[in-house]
Ligand binder design. Structure first.
Ligand SMILES: C[S@@+](CC[C@H](N)C(=O)[O-])C[C@H]1O[C@@H](n2cnc3c(N)ncnc32)[C@H](O)[C@@H]1O
Length: 327
């Protein structure tokens, strides 16, 4: 069993306070964050959360650190990154305000976050703003723990991979909160590229895949991940490699093999290969979980395919670009 795997049997016994802030992660994931902080992390290297939102996930992790017998609040630091404001392109919701809605003339929920996380402020370092601006390209300090709940776009994932994944060392722990999101396939194929260097903790906990780095990650692999330098077929093969390692999540509710298959369709979709995307996605429309939870994804992929068919597969230029992307 992996070191992180030892936390799974403890999940049922965690009781978190009732007054946690509004959160978009499940109770299971909050408990896992608490357990990682309480039983796994030492706090000697950086502890980083990317995408703290209203602070629900931050709170659970910080509480675990506070109750840890080894984390030293004088020297250990939990770094929280977020826009801490609502608005176009932020992916933040008004529910992150304590009032549950945006007050007139106010976009920032940073003060609410500070108030909510008040008990932990002495060891919390807040980085408010776009992660491309608030993270330091020259920072090479090792990261012990990385919670990734921010990589909603390829642009942001590039920042995550360039400035954070490069700082992982053997023993570092990563939690990918959006692993059940087929529209974010960069999470899946990058994990496939990292497989030789990591150990997956166990079944995902709801949407979160956890892994531990077991050997130094090749610089070349990190560069390819940052530069998204994989052909379409390579990306699909990398996702297939992850499919061999994950099945249903810990609660039994999410069939990851199917979710990852739909992520492959999105790889093709983003490459402009709409016919191929739909040929991957169509057989999945019969999947009970996906048809119940991802009807909008099927609709998007089907429409793109039909529009593509109507134009005979796109212009000559589009076809040339696709050929280049395929590699
Ligand atoms: C799903 S929410 C985080 C939810 C949170 N972990 C919780 O417990 O509810 C994603 C967060 O990512 C942040 N985010 C997305 N892109 C960002 C960027 N480029 N820079 C900083 N924050 C970003 C949003 O502001 C949003 O709060």
């Amino acid at each position: 069993m992996t070191k992180l795997g030892r936390l799974y049997p403890l999940l049922d016994s965690v009781g978190l306070p009732d007054n946690l802030p509004y959160t978009q992660v499940s109770d299971w994931e909050l408990r896992f964050l608490y357990l990682v902080g309480r039983h796994h992390l030492a706090g000697r290297d950086r502890i980083v959360e990317l995408g703290s939102g209203g602070g629900g996930s931050t709170y659970a992790l910080a509480l675990g650190l506070r109750e840890s017998p080894v984390f030293d609040e004088q020297t250990g630091r939990l770094h929280a990154y977020d826009f801490f404001r609502v608005g176009k392109g932020t992916f933040a919701t008004e529910k992150f305000f304590t009032a549950g809605a945006k007050p007139d003339g106010e976009n920032s929920f940073l003060d609410d976050f500070r108030t909510t996380l008040g008990p932990f402020l002495p060891f919390l370092e807040i980085h408010a703003g776009d992660i491309w601006q608030t993270s330091d390209p020259d920072d090479t300090t090792p990261i012990e723990f990385l919670h990734i709940d921010i990589a909603k776009t390829a642009r942001v994932f590039r920042c995550v991979s360039e400035r954070f994944l490069t700082r992982l060392r053997p023993g570092s722990v990563v939690l990918h909160q959006d692993f059940a999101g087929p529209r974010l396939p960069w999470l899946h194929y990058s994990t496939g590229a990292l497989l030789p260097y990591i150990e997956i903790a166990g079944p995902p906990i709801r949407s979160t895949l956890a892994f531990e780095v077991t050997r130094p990650i090749s610089e070349d692999v990190l560069k390819r991940i940052s530069e998204d330098a994989f052909s379409l077929d390579e990306k699909l093969a990398l996702i297939s490699a992850v499919q061999e390692r994950v099945d249903r999540d810990h609660t039994g509710g999410i069939p990851f093999k199917s979710v990852l298959e739909l992520a492959k369709a999105y790889v093709a979709h983003y490459a402009g290969e709409h016919r191929r995307a739909w040929s991957i996605a169509k057989p999945l429309t019969g999947d009970e979980y996906l048809s119940r939870t991802r009807a909008d994804h099927f609709e998007q992929l089907r429409k793109a395919y039909e529009a593509d068919r109507a134009t005979g597969g796109g212009s000559r230029l589009t076809r040339l670009v696709r050929k280049a992307v395929r590699g």
